[in-house]
Each structure stands twice: as C-alpha cells, then as structure tokens.
Design a protein around this ligand. Structure first.
Ligand code: BES
Ligand code: MN
Ligand code: ZN
Length: 506
C-alpha cells in the first residue's frame, strides 16, 4: 500500500472516497429511551473544512448518524467536494476519543472500503485531541493492519486490497512526513510477521523460516547467520535439540544482528523467539481436534524477525540481537520420551514430563545463548501455554518480568503501540511446582498456574539478566474477524517491541 500526505483543504482532495471521523460531543450517556432533547447525540464532523461539514449536514440533521463507534455512513457525490464519495466514520464519544480508537478506525475504513471494491481513499486527520504527528502515525499503522487478509491459498480469492492511502493533514510537513514514514515501516513489518505466521507448516518449515529471515536481512542490511543440527549439538544446546531430534525436518538456529555504527558497546538487547513451525505435542501427542492451529506456534519467532526488519529500517542507536529457535515438535522413533533427562546449554538438567511443553525447552537454550553472545537485556516472545489463554483470554498477552524497571519501560512502549498485555506474577513459591526428583527441574509444572510455571522455567535460564517474557498463545491468532482486523495472524507485539527498542536506544 502506498501512503501519501495531502495538505490541501479536504474539500479540494480528489479521491475515490474521503473519510471523516464523526464524534458524539453530548455529555450524558443515557439509554436511548431516557434521553431528553438535550442529551441527544451531538454529532460533529472532525474536519475544519466547512465544505465537508456542509456535505454532511443533511444526513447528520436527519438523526441517522449518531457517531457511535465504527458506524459507517457512505454518501455519493457529496455536494461541493472534489471527492467522489464521503464516508462518515463514527468514533464514539469525543471525550474519550484516543489514538487507540483512531488506529482501529483506520483499519475499519480500509476493511469496509476494500470489501466494496475500492482501491484507494483519503482519510482526514481528526481535529479532536491528538497531535497531528501521532494521528498520522496511528492512521497509517491501523490501515496496514486492516489491509491484511489471510486467505492466500483460495483459488477464487478476490484480490481486494487498498493500494493507496492518502492522509489529509495539517501542520509541519517534514515532521508529519517522518511520522508517516515510520508508521509505514511499523505497519509493513507487522504484516511481514503475519505473512510468516499465516503459512501452514508444509510451507513454513524451519529451513524456510530461516530463508525468509535471511532474505529480509539481506534486503535491509542486517547480519544473519543460520545454523543447523551440527552447530546446535556443538553448542551443547541439549534442550533445543531434544525437541528437534524427533523430526525429519532439520532445525534452524537463526541469529540476526543489528550493530549500528556509533552504538555503545552496552547495553545489548536480546530478542528470543519460539519458532516451532508445527507442534504435534511429540510423544505426549495433542488431540486431533484443533491441532491444525499449531502451525502458528512459530509466531514468537516470526515476531522477532518482523521486529528486526523494522529496527534495521528505523536505525535506533543501540545493538540488538535476535535469536530464533526453529524446529518442529514431532513424535517418531527418534523423538524424546517422557522421563528422559536432557542437559541444557547452561548445564542445568531437565526431566521431561511432557514432550508437549517444548517451547520452554527451545527458549531455555535460546535465552542462555543470547547471554553468551553478550546480550545484557532479554525479551522472549512465544505461543507458550494454553494456560495463558485460560487466564487472560484472547484480549491480553501475558507479560512476565524479573526486573521492574524494564517492565515499566515496556509498559510505556505498549501504550505507544496501542497493544494490550497484562503482567503476571513470578513468586518464588511457584518454583516448587517445577522441582524434579532426578534432575534440576521438570519441564511441566502441571495444570494450575501453567503460564506462570512455564515462565518460572524460563527464568532459570535468564537468571540475573533483566528479562521479559511475553506469552502470546491467546493473542497471536485472531479467532474471529473484527471490524478492523481479519481472522488469522495478528502480528501482536511487533509494534510494542519496536517502540521498546527505540526507547531503549535513549
Ligand atoms: N504451543 C503450545 C501452547 C499453545 C496452546 C499455543 C494453545 C497456542 C494455543 C505449547 O507448546 C504447549 O503445548 N503447551 C502445553 C504445556 C503443558 C504440556 C505443560 C499446554 O499449554 O497445554
Ligand atoms: Mn507444545
Ligand atoms: Zn508449542
């Protein structure tokens, strides 16, 4: 999707469709039947241009437009506008209208207009509340989110995409242009991640994931090393290998490095991703029902690859290394079995209770290796547990942290990116659940507090290094479509991690 800025009066913009946000400025929030004349919705069009207000005045006066969130009103041949169509897009109450809402509105505009066969449109930066740069940023991000669809293998697929978005803005042109360029990088990188996650496992083996990472790295100027089974064994990554050994598909240890000239030696941010391209559960095999979803078990790895793409293009002055541990988790004559004991790269011994708790095994060695490569701060992302879905549903990802300061910084990045995650505890008491009789720890803490005991397991390998763990099992895949986003891979955490990295650079 091309993105352009236009600083003319909205009435002068020639476009297939001009989209203006409408808000409800009435104070009270009463149920319709209790409304008196004075708390009827007071709908305002968020454009300074009297031409746009005039064109919308009849339909607003009719009471048909209330401004409620995502309400979509399309007018043809709007009077005195150069645009062919005018869309009034409801953004809810003016009082609570936020950047978060505007991002979603842009997604709704894209999804609604493309489903009607439009290829381009223009959106007016609303007057209400927000800084122009921030408004442009969230409009562009939201438009990219909305433009993605997951039906790539349908032979009768209607190729409905928006090819060009114009944002009608005001203010400092250079600054607004920069906001747009940065948002585009974020939006494209998030969709890059979603493309990787969307592929089924026969089209996204560890080898293919590594090739895609390598190709991207060459395009944006990142160092990329890809290692196979020999190197994994040579590094004594016994936990990672214990998962990989059961599959005929070779594993891949993908290392992406961003080392900009002039960046300080320290800190170094390490990003570790779970890249299980298919999770059958191994010998502790999963039930058939829903197993097809386990093609997205590499979402954490794909997240880190997308983040590195954005970082290479945005060029913050800080060193960042990403490590993606890619493998299948398969049952076979070579697969590990419950009761086996494995020695991780760190030297810790692990009793395998359940071969389906494989994500923490590959990450254990990934986290340890990141520290060996000099990372001073760690973040991992993984579709790690069904238990996090029980705890937080499909709305919030789980965050686990061994460092409050790092967590606080991450929360700021979350707000900038407009993503939702919720902190979970890591008390020492939970460690009892991962004690083993024969080894240092077991790989499954049982049913209760499953997301937490999985994180406690990872903490054993992060040790004292400041570390955040993101459990995205419930949020990496949209179970249903929403007005602003398609069903399928969400690209959760890409934007937040990029914002974090930029803040980390100071
Ligand atoms: N990949 C799964 C977790 C998962 C579940 C991701 C649902 C996405 C949606 C993970 O490898 C797994 O199987 N976890 C087990 C751990 C258990 C055996 C301790 C789980 O959550 O059941
Ligand atoms: Mn599993
Ligand atoms: Zn898994």
């Amino acid at each position: 999707m091309k993105t352009n800025l236009n600083f003319s009066h909205p009435a002068e913009v020639e476009t297939e469709c001009l989209v203006a946000v409408v808000l409800d400025r009435s104070e009270k929030d009463r149920a319709e039947k209790n409304r008196t004349e004075k708390d009827k919705p007071q709908v305002t069009v968020e454009a300074s241009d009297p031409g746009v207000k005039d064109a919308a005045s009849d339909v607003i006066a009719s009471g048909e437009v209330t401004g409620k969130m995502f309400e979509f009103t399309l007018l043809h041949h709007p009077a005195k506008l150069k645009a062919k169509r005018l869309t009034l897009l409801g953004g809810g109450k003016a009082k609570s209208f936020s950047a978060f809402d505007l991002r979603r509105l842009a997604g709704v505009a894209v999804r609604t207009l493309k489903s009607r066969g439009l290829r381009s449109f223009a959106m007016i930066v609303p007057e209400a509340g927000l800084e122009v740069e921030e408004a442009v940023k969230v409009i562009v991000e939201g438009a990219f989110v909305g433009n993605f669809d997951s039906n790539t293998y349908q032979s009768d697929r209607k190729d409905q995409t928006i090819d060009a978005l114009t944002v009608v803005a005001r203010g400092d042109q250079a600054k607004v242009q920069q906001a747009m360029d940065e948002a585009r990088i974020l939006g494209e990188s998030q969709n890059f991640t979603r493309d990787l996650v969307n592929e089924p496992s026969n089209h996204m083996t560890p080898t293919i994931l590594a090739e895609r990472a390598h190709k991207m790295a060459t395009e944006v100027g990142l160092k990329c090393e890809v290692y196979g089974a020999d190197k994994i064994k040579e590094l004594k990554m016994g936990a990672f290998w214990s998962v990989a050994q059961g599959s005929d598909e070779p594993p891949a240890l993908i290392v992406l490095r961003y080392e900009p000239a002039g960046a300080p030696e320290k800190p170094v941010l390490g990003l570790v991703g779970k890249g299980v391209t298919f999770d059958t559960g191994g010998i502790s095999i999963k039930p058939a029902d829903g197993m097809e979803k386990m093609k997205y078990d590499m979402a954490g790895g794909a997240t880190m690859i997308g983040v590195m793409r954005a970082i290479a293009l945005l060029r913050p002055k800080v060193k960042i290394t990403a490590i993606i541990c890619a493998t299948e988790n398969m049952p076979s004559g070579k697969a590990q079995k419950p009761g086996d004991v494995q020695i991780a790269m760190s030297g810790k011994s692990i009793e395998i209770i359940n071969t389906d708790a494989e994500g923490r095994l590959v990450l254990a060695d990934g986290l340890y290796y990141a520290r060996q490569l000099g990372c001073t701060h760690l973040i991992d992302a993984a579709t790690l547990t069904g238990a996090v879905v029980v705890a937080l549903g499909y709305t919030n990802a789980g965050i686990f942290a061994n460092d409050d300061a790092m967590y606080e910084r991450f929360v700021r990045a979350l707000a900038k990116a407009g993503e939702k995650m919720w902190r979970m505890p890591l008390d020492e008491e939970y460690k009892e659940q991962i004690r083993s009789n024969i080894a240092d720890i077991v790989n499954s803490g049982g049913r209760y507090g499953g997301a937490i005991t999985a994180a406690m397991f990872l903490k054993e390998f992060a040790e004292d290094t400041p570390w955040l763990h993101l459990d995205i099992a419930g949020t990496a895949w949209m179970e249903d479509q929403k007005p602003w986003i398609a069903k399928g891979p969400s690209g959760i955490a890409v934007r937040t991690l990029v914002e974090f990295a930029r803040d980390f650079a100071g």
